[in-house]
Ligand binder design. Structure first.
Ligand code: SF4
Length: 449
């Protein structure tokens, strides 16, 4: 039996670590003590920044979703939102200054659903990225998230003309009953039409998101969704375990995770992984798979432990090497609406409002976490070059524990730390073990709203 089923093994689905520290460890800076962006960006490297524009609107709120987004956008809200993005972009670009070269190496529009915006509004969004921030969208990788209902030909045309190189669509399941069970009603025929429009748009990279662990999903129906996705030969596929999170639609429905559900998700994960590996895909991380012959997306695409992120919009994070910041965060719909309204009324974007200082200990954790969770693992030399020590000196008990659970690949040799197949499967249990005590305490004390 695989070690993953040993009773001593931690629960596999604890926390998806896509950014460290998590936003629930951010805190509002005190009035009068808000960091000035111009001071915090002074002296930072700015020649390979990432730009992220966040659009917090969706047509429906999926039952599993805890992202910062609201349904619909009444009363010219999208115009007010774009006006605010424009003001924020101007203020942030001013704060970056011109003493050193400012260059964006990658850009992304996420959400929510950026294509909730009309074609004309998307054009304006690109203008904000280019004219306010100075990003050359046609020269760098530009990733845009979309949904089946909003991936319309006019919107896709604008995005492709403006330089989109990657379109990512959340399908979740090609089985209509499963889509309903995950509180995301959609018809397969509409999904297939949207995929056809995306392929007609001819971006280099199509990504399809699928979810496993939905009520009623079986090995057979999971395989059906995988094969339906593979029929489009997507350059990338993300396979997400379903989470039931507090305050989301499914969370309110009272579903609880249990060991049987863990086992179902692990089974479907392995089934999905093996199926994709046997169909010409490589595993990049627990969730991400890339077609082996897919065009490269540039050197920066998954080097997410690097600093230098500019996020615009009320749900976007920004990172300097020592400060992570954003705006207020919520999952509950009413709270989100209030935060969006506050954002659209904001005139002064020159200071960080909510965030966390990142010291060297946190930077080490972040580097290890975000490298180790990639299938290729972490080069010890890169860590040593940045921090002057071997990771085993910094994280002896954690790495020892991972080793004892069979999560480290012994065959990786002394120059690389790499997860075993089981380690990758348990990424969402392993990641949280590397959180610092201070971040853990703040996350635990955070009152979800
Ligand atoms: S999963 Fe995507 S489409 Fe669904 S509510 Fe969340 S952001 Fe919107």
């Amino acid at each position: 039996m695989s070690s993953s089923f040993r009773s001593s093994a931690p629960r596999p689905y604890q926390s998806y670590v896509y950014a460290y520290p998590h936003k629930t460890a951010y805190r509002p800076f005190p009035e009068g003590g808000r960091p000035a962006l111009s001071e915090r960006w002074a002296g930072e490297r700015k020649d390979a920044l990432s730009l992220y524009l966040h659009i917090p609107f969706c047509e429906v709120r999926c039952g599993f979703c805890n992202l910062f987004t609201r349904i619909g956008a009444p009363d010219e809200l999208t115009t007010r939102y774009l006006d605010a993005l424009d003001r924020q972009g101007t203020a942030v670009r001013d704060a970056l200054g011109d003493d050193e070269p400012v260059r964006f190496a990658a850009a992304a529009f996420g959400g929510g659903t950026p294509t909730f915006l009309t074609a004309g509004e998307l054009d304006r969004l690109c203008d904000i990225a280019e004219k306010r921030m100075g990003a050359d969208l046609r020269a760098v990788p530009l990733s845009v998230e979309t949904s089946p209902a909003t991936a319309t030909a006019d919107r896709l045309t604008v995005l492709v003309e403006r330089g989109a190189t990657r379109l990512s669509i959340g399908v979740q399941s090609f089985v209509d009953e499963e889509a309903r069970a995950a509180v995301r009603p959609q018809r397969r025929a509409d999904v297939e039409s949207a995929l056809a429009r995306i392929r007609d748009a001819r971006t280099p990279v199509l990504n399809i998101d699928l979810i496993y662990g939905i009520a009623g999903q079986t090995e057979r129906t999971w395989r059906l969704s995988l094969d339906a996705a593979l029929a489009w030969q997507p350059e990338e596929l993300y396979l997400y375990p379903l989470y039931v999170r507090p305050l989301t639609g499914l969370g309110r429905a009272g579903e609880t995770a249990d060991r049987a559900w863990d086992a179902q998700r692990l089974r479907l994960y392995r089934e999905g992984r093996d199926h994709l590996l046997s169909h010409g895909y490589e595993q990049v991380s627990m969730r991400m798979f890339r077609r082996s012959d897919a065009p490269p997306q540039g050197p920066d695409d998954y080097a997410c432990q690097t600093d230098g992120m500019i996020g615009l919009g009320c749900g976007a994070r920004s990172y300097t090497s020592t400060l992570h910041y954003s705006f207020d965060y919520a999952v509950d719909m009413r709270e989100i609406r209030g935060i969006i309204d506050t954002y659209t009324a904001t005139e002064d974007f020159s200071r960080a409002e909510v965030g966390r200082e990142v010291d060297e200990d946190e930077a080490r954790r972040r580097h290890l976490l975000q490298s180790l969770l990639r299938a290729e693992g972490m080069e010890v030399a890169g860590y040593r070059e940045r921090f002057g020590r071997h990771p085993v000196e910094d994280f002896p008990s954690e790495l020892d524990h991972f080793g004892s659970l069979g999560w480290l690949d012994e065959s990786a040799g002394p120059d690389r730390l790499r997860l075993s197949a089981d380690g990758l499967a348990y990424s969402d249990a392993l990641g949280p073990e590397l959180f610092s005590p201070a971040v853990r305490a703040d996350m635990a004390a955070y009152e979800l709203k």
